[in-house]
Ligand binder design. Structure first.
Ligand SMILES: C[S@@+](CC[C@H](N)C(=O)[O-])C[C@H]1O[C@@H](n2cnc3c(N)ncnc32)[C@H](O)[C@@H]1O
Length: 355
């Protein structure tokens, strides 16, 4: 028998009948986040009104799923349902298939997906192929194994109690921001930009500088978070500046961006309170040798450009180099904010404060 509407893994009985009643219309969800950003996502989730029975990245939510699409630290949100079947073949049973179809119809009704795909161990197996065929007919939705919008993940339920199906509630990942009309090689995953901004702290009075802005990910994510006193972005590449401007327009934000060397801006000392910098990582952008010269110069110039209590949030994949450069300078003390695993890279984010 399927056990779709009970918060199985909490192991706790509802305390009050009102809890119990409201849980009847709640659904279970799970966040997908980049490795290393779990805590940031958990904090964001705690602030979602009505989210309950939060266990890591898993939770119950009775509200409008559209609210969950506003999560900025998650790559994606999935609705989850568990079936008490020993193996995926069990999902092909008449009753289970009917329930699965109904479950997916509800997800599609909100998300408007136009195709689907399946991600599972053994997705080429005869059972998975048959499941895809059955769902294609039942949902009247094309099965597109590579690019399907409704991403279904099948996996054993925790504690091996059946199998669960996770259905991504949006046709595209949440990390693919609507403001991103222009993409660039070396562009930062927006959830990393959100996390870095969140942990660097938001102050209404911050005058913010985004040197080496690339496609503008850090500055746009910051601009969408709330008030600040001023913000300026620069990049040495004309293409990057145009890209940021396109994305800013799409985000509906007006922020000054200039094509200029971040190390020679000609700006007066102490112009900024917060620097947000995703430095060249030495692969897609820049080179290791170039970075060996750039990184120390960058720290020195940012010490000049920032106020007495200025802070610098740095993201880089050139960890050894950056940490060596930190050791050899006198202006900054550094705190590691997180290390994240993204697309084969594992950059770190640091928050520097003035000594
Ligand atoms: C890692 S990319 C930034 C990517 C950006 N965070 C994004 O999401 O698109 C580094 C950027 O630094 C720029 N850059 C390198 N050296 C620079 C310098 N001296 N002054 C200004 N920009 C520079 C490059 O043109 C590139 O756009």
């Amino acid at each position: 028998m399927p056990r779709p509407h009970s918060p199985r893994s909490s192991g706790r009985k509802p305390q009050r009948s009102s809890d119990y009643r409201s849980r009847q219309s709640a659904h279970e969800y799970e966040l997908e986040v980049l490795g290393g950003l779990e805590q940031v996502a958990a904090t964001e989730l705690e602030a979602v009104p009505l989210a309950r029975d939060i266990r890591g990245l898993r939770f119950w939510y009775p509200g409008d799923p559209e609210r969950l699409n506003r999560m900025r630290s998650a790559v994606a949100v999935y609705r989850v349902r568990t079936w008490d079947v020993p193996r995926p073949r069990g999902l092909l049973g008449h009753q289970q298939l009917g329930e699965l179809t109904e479950f997916l119809r509800e997800v599609i009704a909100v998300g408007g997906h136009r195709s689907f795909r399946i991600s599972a161990a053994g997705k080429e197996s005869a059972v998975m192929q048959r499941l895809a065929e059955e769902l294609q007919t039942a949902l009247e939705l094309p099965y597109e194994p590579e690019d399907g919008e409704l991403l279904l993940r099948l996996r054993p339920a925790p504690n091996e109690q059946g199998w669960e199906v996770l259905a991504r509630i949006t046709p595209r990942p949440l990390s693919a921001r609507v403001w991103r009309e222009c993409n660039m090689g070396g562009g930062l995953n927006a959830t990393i930009a959100y996390a870095a901004n969140k942990l660097a702290g938001q102050r209404d009075e911050d005058r913010i500088f985004n040197p080496m802005c690339g496609s503008g990910t850090l500055m746009i994510e910051r601009a969408l978070m709330g008030p600040y006193a001023a913000m300026v972005g620069v990049d040495i590449s004309a293409e990057a500046v145009a890209c940021t401007q396109t994305n800013l327009r799409a985000a509906g934000r007006q922020i000054e961006v200039a094509q200029i060397d971040a190390l020679h801006t000609g700006l007066p000392a102490r112009s900024f309170d917060l620097v947000l910098a995703d430095l060249p990582w030495g692969d897609a952008i820049g080179s290791h040798r170039g970075n060996a010269a750039l990184y120390p110069e960058f720290l020195k110039e940012m010490a000049r450009l920032t106020s007495k209590r200025g802070r610098v949030c740095v993201i880089t994949h050139e960890i050894k180099l950056f940490e060596r450069v930190l050791e050899g300078q006198q202006d900054w003390h550094a705190k590691e904010l997180f290390q994240v695993y993204s697309g084969g890279h594992h950059p770190k984010a640091y928050l520097l404060g003035k000594k």
